[in-house]
Design a protein around this ligand. Structure first.
Ligand SMILES: [Fe+2]
Length: 135
């Protein structure tokens, strides 16, 4: 389960992923049972914080006038094609969650208008799962 401490706030996000197909579900309320897909128990997705090989997934947060720009791939943008793209970018800004959904062809970035002091970011890649900023 993805539990992040953010100042005094505790953020809990639970995403289940199918082991056989790309289906992923976000839990609104967690009960003890485990959802199934393709005939098997789904697994909880843990967020990753370190990039690997040439894939750049860790969200990069940049303070700008009026808010924060979050990019996936600081120098080299993450692919945004039909079978491999960033599904959403999300931030927690002083305890308030904001999410921007993306689609193939979009830039792998999102601007969030906020005057928050503390910001954390996540993104979900349809191929490589959940990633969290390490800032
Ligand atoms: Fe990816």
């Amino acid at each position: 389960m993805n539990i992040s401490r953010f100042g005094s706030e505790v953020i809990t996000m639970v995403i289940y992923k199918c082991a056989k197909c790309p289906n992923a579900f976000e839990v609104v309320f967690k009960a003890p049972c485990t959802p199934k897909c393709c005939g098997e128990d789904m697994v909880i997705v843990e967020p990753k914080t370190d990039d690997f090989k040439n894939e750049k997934h860790v969200p990069y947060i940049e303070k700008q006038d009026g808010g924060f720009l979050v990019k996936v791939g600081k120098e080299t943008p993450h692919p945004m094609v039909e079978d491999h793209y960033i599904v959403y970018i999300q931030i927690c800004a002083d305890g308030i969650m904001m999410r921007k959904y993306l689609k193939p062809g979009d830039a792998p970035e999102a601007f969030f208008k906020t005057d928050a002091k503390e910001v954390r970011a996540w993104e979900y890649c349809n191929k490589h799962g959940l990633w969290k900023s390490n800032q």
